[in-house]
Design a protein around this ligand. Structure first.
Ligand SMILES: [Zn+2]
Length: 418
C-alpha cells in the first residue's frame, strides 16, 4: 500500500493535462505552461488534504464489501457503494447495464494417492465445470508444453493431464491456463491441473479465467502450485506412476444483471470529447480484490476528485469507468465498447490501471507519433515525482477494443514492488 500516493499523482496530472491542451502548433510550450497546474495537483495529492485519500477509500471499500466475483451479491453491493460514494463526492454518476457470467466455485479439493498420499492445494478456474460428487480419480500425464501434449496424445486418454509449463511471462504463459482444458480434452483427458501462472510460489495456487473451445468436451480444470507441479514432473521423469483424485463442485448459473459504473466531469470546451480512465470493480472470490483491481478503481475515481477539489475545469470530458466482469474476459468493457463505438472519433485517449497500484516508474503508451509527441511533453510535468519516462506498449484487457480500433491507449504505469 505504501506509495499509492505518487501513483495517483501521475495519473491525475497526466489525465488532466493531456486533455486541457488545445493542441496548438507550439505544443511543447503550451504543455510547459501547465507546470503550475501540475504542481497544484501534485501538492494536493502528496502533501495536501487528499494525501492518502485513495488508500483510505480502498481500505473502506474492501473492508466493507470484500471480494466481488462476477454474478455475486457482493459485486452488486460494490456497484451500489461506488455509485453512492461518487455521487456524494459531487460527481455526475450513472450506471450502464451489462449481462455477466455467474460462476460459483463450490467446494474443491485434490489429493495425490499414488505413489503416496499428499493433499494438493488447488483453485478451480473460472467457468470450469465441476466433477461428479465422488470426484474424478485417474492416472496422471505430466507435460511441459502443448507441443509435448501433442507428441504424447496417445498417452492422454482417460488421464488427468498436469501442465508443468515453465513461467516465461504472464502474457505468454497464461495460454496454458486459458486453453489447457480444451487442448487436453481434445486428446481424451478427463481433467486438467495446471501449474499456477506465477514466477514465485509459497504453496499458493492462483485462480483465473479459462476458455473452453466450442465443440470440445468440457472437463474440470484447476490450478495447482508450482511446487506440486514440479514434484509430479520429477516423479514422472523417473517413470513413477501418479494417481490423483480431484473433486470440484463448481457450477455455472444463468447470466446475471450487472452494471458498468460511470462518473465524469464534463469538459467546458469540447464536452463531447472524452478521455477515459478506468479500473474494474469485480474481483476473484478468494481474496479481497484490493490490488486487482480495487486500487485501479480508486485511483480512477481519485483523478476526478482532485480535479474537482481544485476547482479545475478540463476542456474535454474526463470520464471514469469502473468495469464489471473484467475477470470473466472483459465482459463489461466489451459491452461498453459495443455501445459507444459509434462515437469512437470522440474518444481521445483510453487508460486503464490493472497491474497493481504502487510507485510508478513509467507510463506505458501506444498511439500515433503525433500523440506520442504530446505525451512526451506531458510526462515532463511529472518531474516533481520523478516519473518522466514514457514507454511503449500501453495495454489492458478493458481498453483493448478501443486500442485495436486505433484510439491511443495508456496502460498501468510500470511499478516497482516497494
Ligand atoms: Zn484485474
Amino acid at each position: 500500500m505504501m506509495g499509492i500516493k505518487p501513483d495517483l499523482l501521475c495519473w491525475h496530472v497526466v489525465f488532466f493535462l493531456y486533455f486541457c491542451l488545445s493542441l496548438a502548433s507550439d505544443i511543447a510550450t503550451e504543455i510547459a505552461d501547465y507546470a503550475d497546474v501540475a504542481k497544484r495537483i501534485i501538492d494536493l495529492a502528496v502533501f495536501g488534504a487528499a494525501q492518502n485519500r485513495s488508500y483510505r477509500r480502498l481500505a473502506d471499500f474492501t473492508d466493507t464489501i470484500g471480494n466481488r466475483v462476477s454474478g455475486s451479491e457482493n459485486l452488486n453491493m460494490a456497484i451500489k457503494y461506488m455509485y453512492n460514494a461518487m455521487t456524494q463526492d459531487g460527481l455526475d454518476v450513472h450506471l450502464e447495464p451489462v449481462k455477466i457470467p455467474h460462476w460459483v466455485r463450490g467446494k474443491e479439493s485434490a489429493v495425490m494417492i499414488v505413489p503416496r498420499v499428499k493433499n494438493l492445494a488447488i483453485l478451480g478456474l473460472g467457468s470450469s465445470v465441476g466433477t461428479p460428487p465422488e470426484g474424478i480419480e485417474a492416472e496422471v500425464l505430466v507435460v511441459q508444453s502443448f507441443e509435448e501434449l501433442k507428441h504424447r496424445a496417445s498417452e492422454a486418454t482417460g488421464k488427468i493431464v498436469v501442465f508443468n509449463q515453465p513461467f516465461v511471462s504472464y502474457g505468454e504463459t497464461v495460454a496454458y491456463r486459458a486453453y489447457g482444458a480444451s487442448e487436453a480434452a481434445k486428446v481424451g483427458a478427463v481433467a486438467t491441473l495446471i501449474r499456477s501462472i506465477t514466477p514465485f510460489s509459497i504453496n499458493s495456487p492462483h485462480t483465473g479465467w479459462q476458455d473452453y473451445q466450442d465443440g470440445v468436451k468440457r472437463i474440470p480444470t484447476a490450478c495447482i502450485t508450482v511446487e506440486d507441479a514440479e514434484l509430479m514432473w520429477r516423479l514422472s521423469k523417473r517413470g513413477q506412476k501418479i494417481m490423483i483424485r480431484v473433486t470440484m463442485a463448481a457450477k455455472t448459473f444463468p447470466d446475471a444483471d450487472s452494471f458498468n459504473t460511470v462518473a465524469e466531469i464534463k469538459g467546458w470546451q469540447h464536452p463531447e470529447q472524452v478521455v477515459l480512465l478506468s479500473g474494474h470493480l469485480d474481483s476473484w472470490d478468494v481474496g479481497q480484490g484490493a490490488m486487482d483491481d480495487g486500487g485501479g478503481a480508486m485511483i480512477s475515481w481519485e483523478v476526478l476528485s482532485l480535479i474537482k477539489d481544485l476547482g479545475l475545469r478540463p476542456r474535454r470530458t474526463l470520464r471514469t469507468v469502473l468495469w464489471t466482469a473484467e475477470e470473466q474476459g472483459g465482459v463489461g468493457a466489451q459491452q461498453y465498447y459495443n455501445l459507444h463505438k459509434v462515437n469512437i472519433s470522440n474518444f481521445d485517449l483510453v487508460m486503464e490501471s490493472d497491474l497493481g497500484t504502487f510507485r510508478p516508474e513509467a507510463l506505458q503508451f501506444t498511439g500515433s507519433d503525433a500523440a506520442r509527441k504530446v505525451m512526451e511533453e506531458v510526462v515532463k510535468l511529472l518531474a516533481p515525482i520523478n516519473m518522466t519516462k514514457l514507454e511503449t506498449h500501453g495495454e489492458g484487457t478493458d481498453i483493448s477494443p478501443w486500442m485495436q480500433a486505433g484510439v491511443p491507449g495508456q496502460g498501468t504505469e510500470k511499478h516497482c514492488s516497494t
